[in-house]
Every structure is written in structure tokens, then in C-alpha cells.
Design a protein around this ligand. Structure first.
Ligand code: ARG
Length: 283
């Protein structure tokens, strides 16, 4: 089977250096207060991720890290940004509520129209744009009732997907959007990779109907964060070790690029969690 030529899309990302990263509370099954963390190792790994994006030609914006906000490095949770509109996050966990205001202020200061959320949702961690559709996770962090609000703010269809495995508590730990979504025909072309066992039966049915060509990864013990990857349509930045996901990506013409963020996995987040996509917002 000859694989299609994949087209890279130039992206703009928001990242936050993990200067204050540590695990001092446990809000997901990956976090263990007793497991020591190495902040300088986290910074080095984060820097490698940052430099990978820059080398690929992407634009990376930075928000200043704030002492005491250990999880601020996971910028994907700060909101959802489409066409210059930034819907801020409303965290379900008290430990991260302090991040809400600084991120919204950053969006406003950088020319985005900020929408203050009413319902609880944790940004791009649970809300992923695939073509013209927003795939929306719920069950652990984001509340189902946020999905109507999200649909209203962006005027896009929102597909609610129920997460059932606590290790995959955010949608972006179990699903990765692979294709460019903004260009002409993007809606039809958007494909995904996901782990069906992370979803309830209804959601599995929804995904297999909408994405017949998706890459499906089997349940794995122990759980892994390999799907917490970032694709620009061609290059897929992914943390090692990654089962046969890498082989499947290659078969389909994508270019997997391994970047080790194992230190950040100790907080329950990987590559995608450290990367918020900024769409639009420029004249
Ligand atoms: N410790 C963070 C939390 O539990 C990790 C967030 C991971 N982010 C993500 N987009 N999945 O909130």
C-alpha cells in the first residue's frame, strides 16, 4: 500500500517552561507525591520539545511560569482557541484554579477575544478540534454540560465522548488528531488515532463511525501516554517508548519524531498536554 504524501501545516503553540514543576498533590493516577521529581530534568526535556517545534518551523509563544502553580506547564488545559476566540478553562480541580486568570490575561494581552466560561471544562485537554468538529471528553474532569457552551461559543458541532479509564482522564491522553484541519477539505481529511478501551461503548461506536480509517491502539498494561502526541499533519511528535503506534504512523506516511518527556509524565501529562494550539487571532 503506498502511503499518501502528508502535508505539514505551520502551527502556533503556547508553552510554559516547567520552572516550578513538581508533584506535591495527586489529582490523577499518574501522580505520586512520594515519587521524587527532578525539575531541572523536566526543564531540559521541555526545552527539547520546544526546540523540536521551532526546528519544524512552528511558532512557539511562552507564558511566564508562576511559583506554586506546579501544573502550569500543561498549557493544553488553559483553554480552547479557534479563530482568534479563546474560551478559558474552568478547572474541576482546586489545585489548578489559580491558572485560570493568568492564562485568560495572556490570551487578552495577545489579541485574542476571551470568553469567560460558565461550565467546568479543562480546555484542549478535553476539547480537540478535528476538522470542523470538536471532539469533547467528559467523565473525569470536564463536565458534560460544558459541551453545549463550547458548541455555542464556536458555532461548531461538539461530539461528546465519555472516558471510562481513570488513567486516561483527559481526552488528549487517549486520542490524537493527526491531520491538518484548517486547509480546504480539512474537515473531510481529519483523521485520528485513539485507544477504544478508554471510552464507553456508545463513544466507541461514535468514533468508529466517524473515523473509519483511524489508528486504533489496543488496551495496554501498564497504561501509556504515547497518544498524547502532537501532529502538524506530517510530523508527529511522540514520547518514547511507543509500541507499534510509530510503525503504524510510518505506514501511513507520517513522520514520527520521538521526544522524551518522561519527567513530565510524573505529573500525568505528556507532549500534547504541554502544547496549546493558538488558532487565528491575527489580522
Ligand atoms: N497534573 C495535571 C492535571 O492532572 C496534568 C494535566 C495533563 N494535561 C492534559 N492535557 N492531559 O491536571
Amino acid at each position: 500500500m503506498s502511503s499518501p504524501d502528508r502535508i505539514q501545516e505551520r502551527r502556533r503553540y503556547l508553552m510554559c517552561r516547567p520552572d516550578h514543576f513538581t508533584v506535591s498533590y495527586e489529582i490523577n493516577p499518574w501522580m505520586h507525591r512520594t515519587h521524587p521529581t527532578d525539575t531541572s530534568r523536566a526543564v531540559r526535556q521541555w526545552q527539547a520539545l520546544h526546540d523540536t517545534y521551532v526546528r519544524l518551523g512552528h511558532e512557539v509563544e511562552l507564558i511566564d511560569p508562576i511559583p506554586g502553580l506546579n501544573d502550569m506547564v500543561y498549557t493544553a488545559n488553559s483553554g480552547l482557541v479557534i479563530d482568534g476566540v479563546a474560551l478559558g478553562a474552568r478547572f474541576s480541580v482546586s489545585q489548578r484554579r489559580g491558572e485560570e486568570r493568568p492564562f485568560r490575561d495572556w490570551f487578552a494581552a495577545h489579541g485574542f477575544d476571551v470568553v469567560e466560561p460558565v461550565a467546568t471544562q479543562e480546555g484542549e485537554g478535553d476539547l480537540m478540534l478535528a476538522g470542523e468538529t470538536i471532539l469533547a471528553g467528559y467523565g473525569f474532569r470536564s463536565q458534560l454540560d460544558s459541551h453545549a457552551e463550547v458548541a455555542g461559543v464556536f458555532g461548531l458541532e461538539v461530539v461528546s465522548l465519555r472516558l471510562v479509564n481513570p488513567a486516561y482522564y483527559h481526552l488528549d491522553t487517549a486520542l490524537c488528531v493527526l491531520d491538518p484541519v484548517q486547509g480546504p477539505g480539512g474537515a473531510e481529511r481529519a483523521n485520528i488515532a485513539y485507544r477504544p478501551s478508554a471510552f464507553d461503548e456508545r463513544s466507541q461506536g461514535e468514533l468508529s463511525e466517524r473515523f473509519p480509517d483511524a489508528i486504533r491502539l489496543p488496551a495496554s498494561v501498564p497504561e501509556t501516554l504515547e497518544l498524547n502526541a502532537v501532529s502538524d499533519g506530517r510530523n508527529v511528535v511522540i514520547s518514547p517508548p511507543a509500541s507499534n503506534f510509530v510503525a503504524q504512523l510510518r505506514e501511513r506516511g507520517y513522520h514520527p519524531l520521538p521526544v522524551d518527556v518522561s519527567e513530565l509524565h510524573l505529573g500525568g501529562g505528556g507532549i500534547k498536554c504541554c502544547t496549546l494550539e493558538l488558532r487565528g487571532g491575527r489580522p
